[in-house]
Design a protein around this ligand. Structure first.
Ligand SMILES: Nc1nc2c(ncn2[C@@H]2O[C@H](COP(=O)(O)OP(=O)(O)O)[C@@H](O)[C@H]2O)c(=O)[nH]1
Ligand SMILES: [Mg+2]
Length: 711
């Protein structure tokens, strides 16, 4: 296999709403490039890109898939991504390692809600992009309207570089404005007849060419001068202008295809080769120190790992982009994240499930290796003098939370293992084995996202599981001061136990004044692992309790704070002052004081106006205008505090604060309220006190659960 140099490499992600034809287009490109001789289809479950079992079963992409192929002496690393919003983590992964995104639009539906939602999740990564209008062969295909809609969504940077003729079932021709030629396809072999533009299309083509030339010229002063001088640009000049515009993110050219009938595919790939910036031309990647990286093959090698997948019979496959230098088979590298040594004993380029062994991969290229020891997504491997480390991929925050358990308790351990493995493949999914809630909680993007995980557990892991409502990590605290005393005394045979403590507890807040009732002789400030603080003060005078017993008292209090008195959830933000006590010359020991501390704390807590705090999230819902009312009513029924509504084109952005306890299966409800036309994001805000009636309800539920557990 040939070694491709930096200027021969094009990295591109195909993105867009679901069912626009990204996977079909990838397949057509492979066919056009001669990598496959028979084209597969999504329906026949034999495409190169959708090859994993869940994708075959669902007939849709779930994972992003790397498809590398050569066309006109360039190597194209194409990443086919899933369009469903639940898998938006794959967009974050893919856009991290490419110079450009090809946004596929289905001419049947125009720029639909799927495209809009997809664009929203892409925007924060701000990629260079072009549009591919696909399915122009469909009887319902529309072009002009699609372009108008595209301008509304993607802005005025959208400029037509090709337009279709005979759109609909008879679609066979494309007017290519860049070359001012007609591409006519009389069969589905993908081979066009290239002719001059017919007289009937001349004036339209010329008008569009003027607009395209102006857009292309805008990105380069020299080109602008040529354009003003001659009123025209050559094909080469237009292509250069488009490339500069892509680098500056100042142009979004539009191309036309039918993936199904292989129309426009070869010309599209040729154009990709000419306009997609090479790794060296695009705005450079930066390392964690925000330094630009260079593309000299002599540099020390560094690799960024953006994806790992587990494949039957192969094991773990790790995908990387070579960021600097070059690597050869068998190279020894160091993992900059965890210090472990790795040998890349085999190097591959990858086309879906097929891998081809290669000897060498240079900076800017994307490849794969297998059976690495301890290398995960987001890790950097470097040569022995390497210093470059790359920032991790910014995955979308999770917005769907559910607990999973094995139907058969004997399978719990196996469940943990499988869940941990699946999560490794998909970092937009996180798992929390919560000791506090005694649940395995999954955090993902939506019901479908989590169902895919369940499917894997059941099909691959062969264990039956069920979803249960996730418990809420409440917190407990107090509103006023209280005192309590506890005497622990036990006389059994020989040695007894004795410890007595007097404590004062107060609600803690930042900058609070010290209590003045007792002299403070020692102070320990604990930042609690579950948030908030415990301040522990020794106010003992005259040696009533030996200093050596203080840690035991603190331990007792901490134990009770970990399993709070009201609901068993963690307590926080409390000041405890131990101000008196008694010892016994023989029977006092650590365990006695630990028990006394715990019980005194429990007693004092009860009398200190205890309160339950609940986690509250910032939520942002983007919903179509005509559904805003329903979305707001629903949010209000979830105890949400609406903070604002802003118009955004045909949509409204609703901002609110909502308790986590009210977000059970929110994505499903939102979807049914808006026919799948809304999206939302969640971010933890803070803990807030619940109202009295909610508090009583939570305590009652906890007590009932305790009775249930005691049975
Ligand atoms: N008529 C027509 N159908 C297409 C075309 N491209 C894809 N499709 C169909 O559209 C559906 C979705 O295609 P797929 O490639 O899975 O879309 P993806 O979700 O964007 O990857 C499938 O039924 C395809 O057969 C096309 O150019 N013309
Ligand atoms: Mg697909």
């Amino acid at each position: 296999m040939k070694v491709y140099q930096n200027n021969e490499i094009r990295n591109l992600a195909l993105v867009g709403g679901t069912k626009t034809g990204k996977t079909s287009l990838s397949e057509s490109m492979l066919f056009e490039a001669g990598v496959i001789t028979r084209k597969g289809s999504v329906e026949e479950k034999n495409t190169a890109s959708d090859y994993r079992p869940i994708e075959l079963e669902r007939q849709t992409s779930v994972y992003s898939t790397l498809i590398s192929f050569e066309y006109e002496n360039k190597k194209i690393n194409l990443i086919d991504t899933p369009g469903i919003d639940d898998f938006c983590g794959e967009i974050a992964t893919s856009l991290r390692v490419v110079e450009c995104a090809g946004i596929v639009i289905n001419a049947q539906n125009g720029v639909d809600i799927g495209s809009e939602i997809n664009w929203r999740s892409m925007q924060k990564y701000n990629p260079s992009a072009f549009l591919v209008i696909n399915q122009l062969d469909h009887e319902k295909a529309i072009f002009e309207e699609t372009i108008n809609q595209a301008k509304q969504l993607y802005g005025n940077k959208v400029v037509v570089a090709q337009y279709p003729i005979n759109i609909g079932l008879g679609f066979d021709s494309i007017v290519d404005i860049i070359s001012m030629k007609l591409y006519k396809y009389t069969s589905t072999t993908g081979k066009p007849e290239i002719t001059d533009i017919p007289a009937s299309e001349k004036s339209k083509a010329e008008e569009l060419r003027n607009i395209l030339c102006e857009s292309a010229a805008e990105n380069d002063e020299a080109l602008m001068e040529v354009f003003f001088d001659k009123g025209l640009l050559t094909e080469e000049e237009i292509l250069k202008g488009i490339k500069d515009g892509l680098i500056a993110k100042n142009i979004i050219p539009v191309f036309c295809v039918s993936a199904k009938n292989n129309i426009g595919i070869g010309r599209l790939i040729s154009i990709i080769n000419m306009i997609v910036p090479t790794p060296a031309e695009a705005p450079s990647f930066k390392n964690v120190n925000d330094e630009d990286i260079t593309f000299n093959t002599k540099d020390d090698p560094s690799l960024f790992f953006f994806k790992t997948i587990n494949e039957q019979h192969v094991g773990e496959i790790s995908y990387f982009r070579v960021m600097t230098g070059e690597i050869t088979e068998g190279i020894d590298l160091v993992n900059m994240t965890n210090g472990s040594k790795e040998r890349l004993s085999q190097l591959f380029i990858s086309t879906g499930k097929n891998r081809i062994k290669v000897d060498k991969i240079v900076a800017g290229d994307i490849g794969a290796s297998i059976k690495l020891k301890d290398c995960k997504t987001n890790h950097t491997l470097c040569g022995k003098n390497g210093t470059n480390v790359y920032p991790p991929i910014a995955y979308p925050l999770s917005r769907y939370r559910i607990a999973i358990e094995a139907k058969n308790t004997a399978d719990e351990e196996k469940l943990t293992e499988i869940v941990n493995n699946v999560v490794k493949e998909d970092p937009s999914l996180t798992v929390e084995h919560s000791k506090e809630l005694k649940q395995t909680i999954l955090n993902g993007q939506g019901e479908l996202h989590i169902n895919i995980l369940k499917w894997q557990i059941e099909t691959v892991g062969k264990i039956d599981t069920q979803f249960v409502s996730p418990k809420i990590p409440y917190r407990e605290t107090i509103k006023k001061s209280a005192k309590a005393t506890y005497k622990h005394k036990k006389q059994s045979g020989g040695s007894g136990q004795f410890g007595e403590v007097y404590i004062l507890i107060e609600p803690y807040f930042n900058g609070m004044p010290d209590q003045t009732e007792f002299p403070i002789r020692g102070r320990e400030e604990k930042i609690l692992p579950w948030g908030g603080k415990l301040i522990f003060q020794n106010c003992i005078v005259g040696g009533a309790i030996d200093t050596r017993f203080m840690p035991a008292i603190l331990k007792g209090i901490m134990d009770k704070m970990e399993v709070g008195p009201l609901t068993g959830c963690h307590a926080r933000d409390i000041v405890v002052s131990v101000y008196d006590g008694k010892m016994h010359p023989v029977d006092s020991n650590e365990i006695s004081f630990k028990i006394a501390g715990m019980q005194a704390f429990r007693e004092a807590f009860k009398n200190a106006d205890p309160r339950i705090l609940e986690p509250v999230y910032d939520i942002e819902v983007i919903a179509p205008e005509d559904r805003t009312g329903d979305v707001m009513t629903d949010l209000q029924s979830r105890r949400a505090m609406i903070e604002g509504i802003e118009g955004e084109g045909r949509y409204q952005r609703i901002k609110a604060k909502v308790p986590l306890a009210e977000l059970d299966r929110y994505s499903t409800t939102l979807s049914s309220l808006t026919n799948g036309r809304a999206t939302y994001s969640l971010k933890f805000y803070d803990y807030q006190q619940v109202s009295g009636d909610v508090q009583s309800k939570i305590i009652k539920e906890y007590e009932e659960q305790q009775k249930e557990d005691d049975k």
